[in-house]
Every structure is written in C-alpha cells, then in structure tokens.
Design a protein. Structure first.
Lengths: 113, 896
C-alpha cells in the first residue's frame, strides 16, 4: 500500500484512454487494467473513475455500448473512438515531454551550469 | 464532432433521463459487485467483502451527482428540481412568502410607477417614422437667451438652403384655440397650423381620409382644410367616418374636414393633445390676423422641424446650418449674436425651453434614486428574513450537502428561491405600478386645454421592472446563499440547537443600520419637499389669490366678430359688477400661472441695446379697468386703467417695478414711451407702476412685465375675474347663468377659483406632486425600516435567551438585561442615523434644484426627521428588549 502513488491531477483521463486503447473494457475492467499496467503502483479512487468515463464519452473520445461480461452479466463496455486515439497520442506526447523535461531538470549538477 | 456528441448526450439525458439514471446505477453497482467478488476470492467473508468494496468505491451519491453535473443536461434538470423544491419551501411558510412578496411588490411597484413617468418624459420617442433623424431648430443668443421661433420668410430661406443636410423641413404654429362649429354647434378646438409637408416629413399616415399635401397651404387663405386629432374625433364625433368631406366652420370661416390623424400621434408637444391641424396659410384668416403673416418678417410664431438625410449626423449638420443662419436678416441685424442650432426632437422639447430638459433629467434621476432606495430597503428586509430562515435551515442544507450536493448547486437552489420570490414580487409590483401610474395619469391639470398624461407601460417599463426583479433576487439571495454554503457541515450536524451566530448577527446589524440610514435619507428628502410645498403655499405671490373666481369665455366660438365681442365683454363686465356678493370684477387675457402666457420684444425710449444682446423682452397681459383691484396688486405710482383708455385715445401701459428697475434704472417712468415688436405703430405711454407679482410661474418673481388695456388690444378669449365678498365658488352658477342670459351659445370654460387655478403645472401642481411622491416613498421607507429593526432586535433577543437565562441565574438584574439588548439596538440605530444624515446631505445638492424657500440642508428638516426615525426605531428595539427582560432563567435552563 505504502509504495502506491497518488495520481497527478489530469492524468486519470490519460490512463483511462491508454487502458481502453488496449481493448474494450467495462468500468471495473478499466480499474483492474490500470492497476495491472502500472504494476499496482498507482492508486485510483474507484468511484472517481465514473465521472471521468462519462466525461470522456461526452467529449467524444470514448464510445460506450452495453454487452455481456466474462461472467455473462450485462455490462457497459467502453471503446476508443478516432478522436480518442488522437487525443491519447497527444496526451502521451505531452506527458513524455514533461517527463523528459522534469528528468533532465532533476539530473542537473553544478558542472553543467 | 465534439459538439455533436455532447448535444446527443444532452438530448439523450433530457429525453431518456430515467433510463440513463437506471443505467448509471446499474453500472456503478456492477462495479461494486465485481469488486466484492474479487475481494471474496482473496479470502474475505461475503459481508466483509461487500463492505470493503463500498468503502473503496467512495461516496456513491457524490460521484453520481458529479456525473450528472458534468453532463450538459444538468442545468435544465436541476432548474426544474430547484423550482419544484422552491415551490415546496415557499408553500411551507406562507407567512414569510406573503410578507416577502408584498414588500417586494411595494418596492418594485414604486420603481415601475416612477419609471413609467420618466419613460414618458424622457425616453419614449415620438410616434413618428425613424424619430432619431428628426430635429428642430433652436436659436441661441450670446447673452444666454434661447428660443426656437422663426418667421415664415426665415423658414423659407432655411428650407431652400439646407437640402444638403435635411431630407425635408417643415414648420408648425403651436396651439391656438379655435371654435369649431359643426351643424351650428360650436365648441373649442386646440389646433396647430402646419406647413403642407408636416405629415410627410414626419412620416405620418392618416387614420381616415387624407392628410395635407406638400403643395398645400403655400398662399394666404388657400386650402381651407382641416385634419382632426384622433381623440377629438372620437370624443366629439364618436369616430364617425362620415365626418370626412364635411363642411364645418372654424371661428366662423368655412372649412372642409379632409382626414383624421392616427391614434398614437397626439402632436409634437406631448403634454398637449392636438385636436386639429390646419394649413399655415389659413392662420391669417381664422385668427383674424390683419397682416399676412406668411410675409411678415417680424412675426416669430413658427417652429421649424426637419428630418436629417440618412447618414448625416448632428455634427455634420451644424456647420452647414450655421452658414445658412448667418444669412438670415435677423442674425445679420444682431451682428451674429444669434446662432441657430440643431436639437433632437424629443417627447418634451418643443414646448419647454432648453433649460427645462436638463432639469427633467435631474428630477427623473432624483426620483429614480429615491425609488431605488425604497427597493433596496425592501431587499434588505427580505435578505434579513432570509438570513433568519437560513439559520433555521442550516441543518437541512447541511443534510443536502452531506448527500452530495455541491456548493454551486446549493447556492443555485437558494438563488432560485429568491428569484421566485422576486418574480412574484415583480408581478405584484407591475400591478401596483400600473395602478399608481394610472393614478398619476388622472391627475387634474386644472385647465380646459386638452392634455395627455400617457404613462402607459411599454416594453421599456417592463424591462425595467424585470431588471429590478433580477437585481432584487441577487441582492436578497446572494448573501444568505454564500453564507450557508460556506458552513462546515460536520460542525452543523453535530452542534445543538444554538448555532454560533456571532458573525451572522453582525451582518444583520450592518444591514439594519443601512436600512435606518436609507430610510432617514428618504424621510429627509420627503421632509424637504413637504416644507417646500408649505413655503409655496404661503409664498407672497404679489397678488391675493383667495376669494377670486375665474370664468373664461370665447365670443368667437359663438360666431361673434370683433365689434360684437367687444360689446359683449363690456356688457358682461358691467352686469357682473352689479351681481350681489361681487366686490370687484375685471377681464384679462391670461391668468397667473396659466398655460398661456405671452411676452414681446420691445423698443424702449432711453434704453440702448448693446451689440450681442437680444432686444429687451417683457411679459404682457391685456386687462380691463379694475384688474389690479380684483387681483389685489398694489399700484405704486400713477394710475390704474380707466374706461377712457379706449381705441380712440393714446395707447397706454402699466409696468411692474422690475421693468422700471431694468430699463429705466429706477427713474420715474410715468410719461415715458415704449413700443412692442408686434405692434410698432402704437407706442405706449406709461401711466402707472404696479408691484411685482409672479405671473408666468412660481419661480419667476422678478421678470419685467407690463399690462395693456384690453380696450386698446383686443383679445377674443378672456377670463372674467370676480373678487367675492365671501366664498367665490358660490358665485359660479350665477355668473354662468348671467353669461347664458346674455348669449345662450356662449362657451364658458375653466370656471374655477383662482386658488384652484394656481394648482397648475406652472403653479403648485409640481410641488404637490413632488411632495406627495417623496412623502409616500418616505413613509414606505419608514415602515420598512421599522419592520427591519424590530425583526432583527427581537430575533437577536430570542437567540440569546439561553445566555440571558444564565446571566439572570448568576444574578443579573432585569434592568441590566434590558440595557444590554436595548444598547445593541441603540448602537445600530445611532450609526444608521449618522450615515443617513450623510447620505441625505450628499443627495441634497440634487434636491436643492427643486425646492422653494427651503435650504437643501435645512436644519429643521434634518433634525426632526432624525428624531422621528430615531424614536420609532428605538421603540421597535424596546419592545423585544422588554420581552428579553422577562425571561425566566429556570424555564430556559431546563429547556436544554
């Protein structure tokens, strides 16, 4: 538990888009996949997932349809739209640039200045 | 794409709301079930797994609310919810709702009623085509004199040379009273004489028949045709369409009715309802003017109205007109000391001089401020009530917050409630306002002249009422809403019945202090106006208005010509003097402060006009012998008019003291001569000097004035004035029957005492109106402040019951408790009074423009208003303070 990190604001959308880009998922599935692909290091507040999912649907990045889950229950599945794919690329690029920038800033030492 | 998706989601949310809600629930529950299943597999018991899953999920309702709020549909959905909830809340406390709605209705009603008057006076354009293009011409002299009258030849010169800026220009002679005889029956008609293109330049279409053609009325005596005003057509002829083409007579001259003006158009002088229009060229005939005034350079009866060409601005028109004006003979004669200006033709501009317009703006602003203050006072009262209610509703609100309502949502809920109150108040206010402005509109102006006071509610008034309502709801709702939504719900849910109220109590005290201040300001202004009215009533007018009866007659309307009319006037005067109970009698062309007053420019022996100065001008009245005795105006030098001052003898005049001071520098004027511009061939010899009196209006007491004998200056319409030994009203039936015994067809009008006559627009009417209006607003403000102070102090007392109980249990005396509660009120009221005095002092400069004989900082008014308000407010504190004093400590302590 202790080595789990709180999500930075705004990164939840990116994580949801990434998880769904790997294949259609229902809400709980999104949670599990985020935990899985982050190696269990990221702590997602479970309920907070749903306002974000609804928002992404409304913005046109995800589309939702009702289908049957693994255990044959009715479940709502989310898929990435074209706009969502584009959005994911942009967000991921932005994130990577940020990571590189912060990383190089943190690696700075007296000789380089 | 994005908008489309959100639109679709909005639509689906609105139309399939229930299903979406169900699906949302299903989805969220499925999540928790899945989670619980996974947890169970890790070895937890079913119960524990479920509990754990719910805890991990977090606030179920909170997230649902967030989802709803995120989706676009939320606004509408929430609004419906808010309104439903609001209706329920308001119905649950009908007393509060009723008090709030009535208070707001009074505030909004006062505002809309006053605004409807302002709308009519200043804002509402004339009902003509594209009114913003229409202008009239004003003259302005170097010495500050202004006017707007021209001669016909001047008008023609202007018309010919301004085609580059004006699409058309036209001329009008305002208001002459004529007698219109139809089928042998004669009645007065107030008519305008207009150029043939008058209606086409203004873009007015006839209600029936036709209007004048631009080619008509160019030659003296040509085109004897008449257009009737709409309301006159309705009232005298019952809207009979067969009147078109009918042969009638105006002052005995044959005329043909050709049309009726449209309903909305009452003429270009809005206060007066024009009853008929005739071509300019007819004026010389019907008015028995011996000279053809179409050719007369000296006459100045015409007002010039023009329509700017599309795209031409005032700034572009002015220099062009300036060049044209320089060539006018009148301007040349005066070495360019006179200039001609373009001014917008507004609802009140032709008949009132340019100095009146800024005053109208000021008085409008003043009364809107006063009415606005009443509305603010009303709002403060409701806000206070709401604060009290909110205190009681804190637990309810906290409960809603705990169930997931966000802060914005709570604020919106409370604002919706206050908006609903405001809308109800607005509806009530509009109804009240319509009633009040209807009452304003039916005020008698004490004249036979047809007037229109058209305070109708047009879209501007409704927009104003709506704006007032919205402002109200924000003022009322925002403070309680912000306050309540900021509270920490944990604290509220856990604390007992008593809240920590110190901060809220402070806010309420400030609001009540402000209320006392606003109310005092209103009271002081009301007091100033009332004192001013009182001063006007007791003002020395220079004549003695009591015991005088006025009766107006017009022999021309009975078909008399000048010779017969003169004889009639003489006989009437002799017979009236012989009536029992009549001390003296006289005839005059005009009455003091009546709607008609005349003045003339003069050539005065021994007085030089300096270059750049307009010619000397003085007011004039034509009177019979006995006038000064009847009116009670003292003759200072020389003599009164005599019967021997007739057409055959030397023209004479009597001047007032100012005339002597101004033009002869106080030297004795007896035997000196002067002549008027309208009749230069008959210089008048001064035979007497009388004391100054206020003739044109209340404010002008020191204008130069002179009197001519009626016998030497014929006037058809005259007023018989009788000084009675006792009550003048009692003479009215006798005089009327005397007149009808002499001539049964003689129209008799404006039969009223001189004191009543003084209640005219030029006399006391405006003072009475202002005092009544300011007084009502003041009383309204006082009531609101009273309720506010009482409410807050008694609430404060009830909130502190517990504390008082403890204090008394510890040995405090009832007197000390009284002092404590009363002292709190004293501080609030005292602060309010000081602020109110400052506010009233600030407003006094504006008020001072409209006062008569009272200083804007009149100490008596300020002190007595402060005492009145202070006393009433302290009484309002005392009652609840006494109640607090009687608290029984045991009851209070046991109740916990």
């Amino acid at each position: 538990m202790t080595d789990q990190a709180q999500l930075l604001p705004g990164t939840l959308d990116l994580l949801i888009l990434k998880s769904v880009s790997l294949g259609p998922l229902h809400g709980y599935g999104v949670l599990l996949r985020i935990e899985h692909i982050s190696g269990g290091a990221l702590l997602v507040e479970q309920g907070a997932l749903y306002p974000a999912l609804f928002r992404l649907v409304r913005q046109g990045f995800l589309k939702a349809r009702w289908g049957a889950s693994d255990n044959n229950r009715r479940a709502k599945f989310y898929e990435l739209t074209k706009a969502g794919q584009k959005r994911l690329r942009e967000e991921a690029d932005g994130w990577n640039r940020l990571v590189v920038a912060i990383g190089s800033a943190l690696n700075a030492n007296p000789e380089k200045i | 794409m994005k908008t489309f998706a959100s639109l679709r989601s909005l639509a689906s949310m609105v139309f399939r709301r229930a299903r979406v809600e169900d699906e949302m629930d299903e989805e969220l529950r499925a999540h928790i079930q899945n989670r619980a299943g996974d947890l169970e597999r890790t070895g937890l018991s079913r119960e524990d797994a479920r509990r754990q899953a719910r805890i991990e999920f977090g606030g179920y309702q909170k997230y649902k609310e967030q989802i709803r709020e995120d989706s676009g549909s939320h606004f509408l959905q929430a609004l419906v919810q808010d309104i439903r909830y609001g209706v329920r809340v308001l119905r649950k406390s009908p007393a509060f709702t009723l008090v709030a709605v009535i208070t707001l209705a009074l505030g909004i009603g006062a505002n809309t009623a006053i605004f409807s008057v302002v709308d009519w006076l200043i804002l509402r354009p004339l009902p003509i085509e594209r009114p913003s293009q229409v202008v009239f011409l004003e003259t302005s002299w170097k010495n500050g004199d202004v006017g707007n009258q021209f001669s016909y030849p001047d008008f023609q010169r202007i018309q010919e040379q301004t085609s580059s800026i004006f699409a058309g220009s036209t001329a009008i002679v305002l208001f002459k009273m004529d007698g219109l005889s139809v089928d042998g029956k004669s009645e007065p008609m107030w008519a305008n004489y207009v150029a043939g293109n008058f209606f086409s330049v203004l873009g007015i279409k006839p209600e029936a028949g036709r209007l004048f053609l631009p080619s008509e009325g160019k030659f003296a005596g040509a085109d004897p045709i008449l257009v009737l005003g709409y309301s006159y057509w309705r009232s005298r002829f019952g809207g009979d369409p067969n009147i078109i083409g009918k042969k009638v007579a105006v002052n005995g001259h044959p005329m043909t009715v050709v049309g009726v003006a449209p309903k909305d158009f009452q003429g270009v002088a809005e206060l007066l309802d024009t009853q008929g229009y005739m071509p300019l060229a007819i004026a010389g005939v019907t008015q028995d003017d011996p000279e053809n005034f179409l050719a007369d350079e000296k006459s100045d009866d015409l007002r010039v109205i023009a329509r700017l060409k599309p795209g031409v601005t005032f700034e572009q028109a002015q220099p062009v007109l300036q060049v044209v004006a320089q060539r006018l003979p009148r301007v040349n004669e005066n070495h360019g000391a006179m200039t001609v200006l373009v001014s917008p033709l507004g609802p009140v501009s032709l008949t009132s001089g340019p100095q009146v317009r800024p005053e109208l703006d000021l008085v409008s602003a003043l009364f809107l401020i006063l009415a606005g203050a009443v509305l603010v006072l009303a709002c403060v009262n409701i806000a206070n009530l709401c604060l009290v209610r909110i205190a009681a509703r804190r637990r309810e609100v906290a409960m809603r917050a705990a169930l997931g309502a966000t802060r914005g949502r709570l604020i919106r809920q409370l604002l919706t409630e206050s908006l609903m109150l405001a809308i109800l108040g607005c509806i009530g206010g509009i109804l009240l306002g319509i009633t009040a402005s209807g009452a304003f509109g039916s005020i008698s102006l004490h004249t036979a002249i047809p007037t229109v006071l058209d305070f109708r509610f047009d879209w501007r008034v409704f927009a104003y009422a709506l704006a007032a309502a919205v402002l109200t709801s924000v003022l009322v709702g925002i403070t309680p809403a912000l306050r309540v939504s900021r509270t920490d719900l944990n604290e509220v849910l856990h604390e007992g019945q008593r809240g920590s109220t110190a901060a809220r109590q402070r806010l309420r005290s400030v609001l009540v202090g402000a209320q006392v201040a606003g109310s005092l300001m209103l009271l002081i202004v009301a007091g100033l106006f009332v004192r001013s009215l009182e001063k006007v009533h007791h003002a020395n007018l220079g004549f003695e208005p009591t015991h005088v009866l006025d009766v107006s007659i017009d022999p021309h309307e009975a078909g008399y010509q000048e010779v017969q009319a003169r004889q009639f006037q003489k006989t009437l005067l002799d017979r009236a003097r012989a009536l029992p109970g009549v001390a003296s009698a006289s005839l005059a062309a005009t009455v003091p402060m009546g709607y008609q007053s005349y003045s003339d420019t003069l050539t005065i022996d021994g007085y030089q006009t300096h270059p750049g100065e307009s010619a000397p001008r003085a007011g004039v009245n034509a009177v019979s012998p006995g006038y000064f005795e009847t009116m009670g105006i003292p003759v200072l030098q020389g003599r009164e008019f005599l019967d021997s001052d007739d057409q055959k003898s030397q023209s004479v005049a009597i001047v007032n003291q100012t005339f002597v001071d101004l033009y002869w520098h106080g030297r004795s004027p007896i035997g000196r001569h002067f002549s008027s511009t309208s009749d230069p061939k008959h210089p008048m010899e001064v035979v007497g000097v009388v004391a100054n009196s206020r003739d044109t209006d209340i404010f002008t007491k020191n204008d130069a004035y002179y009197y001519e004998p009626l016998a030497q200056n014929y006037w058809a319409v005259t007023t018989l004035q009788l000084r009675a030994v006792s009550a003048p009203e009692a003479l009215a039936p006798e005089v009327t029957s005397l007149i009808h015994s002499l001539e049964s067809a003689m129209p008799v009008f404006d039969v009223q005492t001189l004191s009543t006559e003084l209640d005219s627009l030029n006399g006391l009417l405006l003072f009475q109106f202002a005092a009544a209006l300011a007084g009502s607003l003041g009383i309204l403000g006082l009531l609101l402040a009273l309720v506010g102070v009482y409410g807050v102090i008694s609430y404060a007392g009830s909130q502190r019951t517990h504390e008082i109980g403890i204090r008394m249990a510890l040995g405090a005396q009832p007197k000390q408790i009284l002092k404590m509660i009363f002292g709190q009120g004293l501080v609030i009221v005292g602060t309010g009074v000081v602020c109110g005095l400052v506010a009233a002092g600030a407003l006094a400069r504006l008020v001072g423009n409209f006062l008569f004989g009272v200083a804007p900082l009149d100490p008596l008014t300020y002190i007595s208003a402060s005492f009145l308000l202070g006393a009433i407010a302290l009484l309002a504190c005392y009652v609840p303070a006494r109640r607090a004093m009687r608290v029984d400590p045991m009851t209070v302590l046991r109740s916990e």
